[in-house]
Design a protein around this ligand. Structure first.
Ligand code: RAM
Length: 333
């Protein structure tokens, strides 16, 4: 009797496993959170990229970002996702340290934590869009190029950043300052950094403030898609395009007109859709045990190919792309 029972249990188990969906992800959900809701970089690029990967791998994806870029609001949203029983949290952090108590509690509960775009001190892996050093340096190089090139570039240049707490902008600015030390920039003077908080109106107003504070300003470097578009708009609205040039990081579709008008001869970015797509594959690789998150491990990044975990749990998407009048029409995002 016992044998027959065991046998039928085994047969049932076999039948069930044959019927189960191929993906181990069945029934699992992931929570994806950006620094702020409502901006095209996240809503039109990161969200669809994350959704594409989640669909491919068979996860339910919950997306929710704060209405203002605020770490306390991110914590609330992450806690409510944890209460819903998500298996993974993917976060672009508004603050490097502030999310730690929440994210550490999540990891203690066995939830996979991956940061993307803007890192936090408490996570297993970080999806970095491109080398932090390269992104920082390239911003200064582009500004100098626009102003005539090494040794020639001259005049007062300001930085218009996102929020003062945001990890990605802060670390890019650190590398900008390193690059700026090179004597070939000795005539290009750094006058200071202002913060537009990744809010369009605040960024626009900060740009106007810079025009007032520095009447001789010749350039604004803005390493944020919100700030760079608002700065260029402010320059053109004030009719200052012959005096002040803008560069930084932003979306081709938002900046095309400024490249063509000459206000922003160059800017850079990566493919934010691919970044988000890859971050979901990273969380999946941790959840399935394909990797532990250790340096040198490789994992499947879906349509993007195979990736390797770098030092400090960082996975690089690739090199940043520079856009200018010659190639801007080749890109549509
Ligand atoms: C904004 C955000 C984002 C950053 C881009 C370049 O959209 O600050 O974090 O990566 O700009």
């Amino acid at each position: 009797m016992k044998k027959i029972f065991l046998l039928s249990v085994m047969v049932l188990a076999l039948l069930l496993s044959a019927c189960a969906p191929k993906e181990e992800a069945a029934g699992k959900s992931m929570f994806f959170i950006a620094k702020v809701a409502g901006i095209p970089y996240f809503e039109q690029n990161s969200y669809p990229g994350a959704q594409e990967a989640a669909d491919e791998l068979g996860y339910e994806l919950i997306i929710n970002s704060p209405d203002t870029p605020d770490a306390a609001k991110q914590i609330e949203l992450i806690e409510s996702a944890m209460a819903q029983g998500v298996s993974a949290i993917l976060v672009s952090a508004d603050d490097y340290e502030a999310l730690c108590p929440t994210l550490n509690a999540a990891m203690d509960d066995g939830i996979v934590v991956v940061s993307w775009d803007s890192d936090t001190a408490c996570r297993q892996l970080f999806q970095n869009q491109a080398s932090t050093e390269m992104i920082g340096r390239i911003n200064v190089m582009m500004m100098c190029d626009i102003l005539g090139g090494p040794d020639v570039c001259e005049g007062q240049v300001a930085i218009l950043s996102a929020a003062a707490t945001m990890t990605n902008q802060n670390s890019w600015i650190e590398w900008m300052m390193e690059e700026w030390k090179d004597p070939k920039y000795s005539k290009m003077e750094f006058v200071g950094t202002v913060y537009g908080d990744d809010v369009d109106q605040k960024s626009y107003d900060e740009a106007l403030g810079l025009f007032k504070s520095y009447p001789d300003l010749v350039g604004i470097i803005s390493p944020t898609s919100v700030g760079v578009a608002a700065s260029a708009r402010a320059v053109e609205d004030e009719g200052l395009q012959d005096q002040i040039k803008v560069t930084g990081l932003g979306l081709p579709n938002e900046l095309r007109a400024y490249v063509k008008s000459g206000t922003m001869p160059q800017f850079a970015l990566w493919v934010p859709l691919d970044q988000a797509y890859l971050s979901i594959f990273m969380a999946h690789a941790l959840l399935t045990g394909e990797i532990k998150g250790e340096e040198g491990e490789t994992f499947d990044g879906g349509r993007l190919g195979t990736f390797t975990v770098g030092a400090d749990g960082e996975v690089l998407l690739g090199d940043p792309q520079v856009f200018d009048a010659d190639n801007i029409d080749d890109f549509d995002f």
